[in-house]
Design a protein around this ligand. Sequence first.
Ligand code: MLT
Length: 235
Amino acid sequence: MTIDVAISAEHVLETDVRNKTVIVIDVLRATSVMITALENGAEKIIPVQTIKEVFNKAKQNNSAIKAGERHAEKVEGFDLGNSPLEYTRARVKDKTIVLSTTNGTRALLKTREANMVFIGAFLNVNAVAKAAHKIGSDILILCAGTHGKLSLDDALCAGAIINAILQNKTTKLTDIAWMHYNLYTNNNKIETVLRNCSHYQLLKQKGFNSDIDYCIQLNTSTLVPIWDGENIRIV
Ligand code: MLT
């Protein structure tokens, strides 16, 4: 088994994921939102690319919750934005959520041909590492990145997941996977490293400080959401 990392959705072809277990990460904030919504009892999340698709899919799914962001802000006419703290039990329990975000859902939609797709974030590092290793096929950690570029939050989380896998198992790593592992093991004070991250700074500027504090918590969840090509849910 080999672990590889892609630094953004633009760094993989849809065919690159064939026969692999893929872990999609968008720490700030899409995959943290997905884990939180399911943790709080949402029935399922349908990821889509465009704002128009959100409106259409929500209509087809019994007035599902319309959710997501553009430029990190809630889209006009949506019910929820992309702040995990909005996805409370009162708001999402037993609900279907149709979600579109700038980078996170785009990365996810590239993984249709994968063997298995898990949703990862700092919140569920140990759980997702264990689930992915258990499958036994090669693992690709797909970081959403930001507009085709590496994003430090996702890179650090990829390193944390690799570190968690290596705690108990011997596994081959590609050079880029070693780089992410070293980034995390040499800098495991997450907040200090992320202060230099551009998306962290953007979220701070927009006043989403509590989201950042929430998303950088390590292993608060044991949930491992799976995307089956249609829905994200817990199985
Ligand atoms: C994205 O998918 O690009 C992010 O989750 C953006 C955000 O933080 O809202």
